[in-house]
Design a protein around this ligand. Structure first.
Ligand code: NDP
Ligand code: 8X3
Length: 252
């Protein structure tokens, strides 16, 4: 029987690349995100290209009710999830604490921390019932370091780092693996979202050096997921060659 991966935030960037990679490896997929049109297009494409089964579920991870009700409605055989990729996340704004936007803070905390917890709460119980599973959290270099004006985004990714370590302890007796992948700069829709649609400002983030692409992270996630069952990759930090730290990027 084909294995199943549930990937959150599959409508763009790293999540979409993970969907392609797991489909390529023969996994059936549950893909989530808010933009149903994108989910449906991707599902058709993956089904056609790799002949895998793809279920889509559109919900906002910030809403506990939406998370629980949408996941609950999945048929029982789709609840045999082998890999959960907790990828949905975002940054909003880049301002010092004293002038930060309350709304941006709520959005980041509710998405990156609470949303990840809500999905994990549901899926980890299925994994426990099935006696197997692997949770892969997408953290960030922002969860390892703090950079100017990154305050709340960095705090949410530090929380993902802490939660990954905590989940590893909680899941230990259930034999469920827990991994964090921490990317440096990846050119996706991330900066466009951070700067609220300002494409020019977003593009400048990646000017003058070669950033990672989403597929680089998808291959790293796949590496962790494809280790033998007795091997757990605790965490991997993956940076562009031109980036040494969150703020130290060599630009030509
Ligand atoms: P993108 O903006 O390209 O993709 C983000 C994904 O998250 C989209 O599919 C989006 O779907 C989903 N998402 C955002 N908010 C919600 C929500 N409230 N409910 C459900 N889904 C949501 O960014 P990336 O691919 O770059 O980001 C993926 C992850 O990687 C994030 O956790 C990010 O923090 C992390 N990361 C990114 C880095 C980068 O440089 N790009 C570096 C380090 C970490 P939709 O809008 O359809 O809901
Ligand atoms: C995304 C990368 O450096 O903008 O997590 O925080 S960074």
């Amino acid at each position: 029987m084909a294995k199943i991966a549930l990937i959150t935030g599959a409508t763009a960037g790293i999540g979409e690349a993970c969907a392609h990679t797991f489909a390529r490896e023969g996994y059936n997929l549950i893909l989530t995100g808010r933009r149903m049109d994108r989910l449906e297009r991707l599902a058709d494409k993956l089904n056609e290209e790799y002949n895998v089964k793809v279920a889509v579920s559109s919900f906002d991870v910030r809403s506990r009710e939406q998370v629980v009700s949408n996941l609950d409605t999945l048929p029982a055989d789709w609840k045999q999830i082998d890999v959960l990729v907790n990828n949905a996340g975002l940054s909003q704004g880049l301002d010092p604490v004293q002038s930060g936007s309350y709304e941006d803070w709520d959005t980041m905390i509710d998405t990156n921390v609470k949303g990840l917890l809500y999905v994990t709460r549901v899926v980890s119980n299925w994994m426990i019932d099935n006696g197997t599973g692997h949770i892969i959290n997408i953290g960030s270099i922002a969860g390892k370091e703090v950079y100017p004006n990154g305050n709340v985004y960095c705090a949410t990714k530090h929380a993902v780092d802490a939660l990954t370590k905590a989940m590893r302890i909680d899941m230990l007796k259930h034999g469920i693996r827990v991994t964090a992948v921490h990317p440096g700069a990846v050119e996706t829709e991330f900066s466009e979202v951070r700067f609220k649609g300002d494409k020019e400002r977003a593009k400048k983030v990646y000017d003058g050096f070669e950033p990672l692409v989403a597929q680089d992270i998808a291959e790293t996630v796949w590496f962790a997921a494809s280790r033998p069952a007795h091997v757990n990759i605790n965490e991997l930090t993956v940076m562009p060659t031109a980036q040494a730290t969150a703020t130290n990027i060599f630009k030509k």
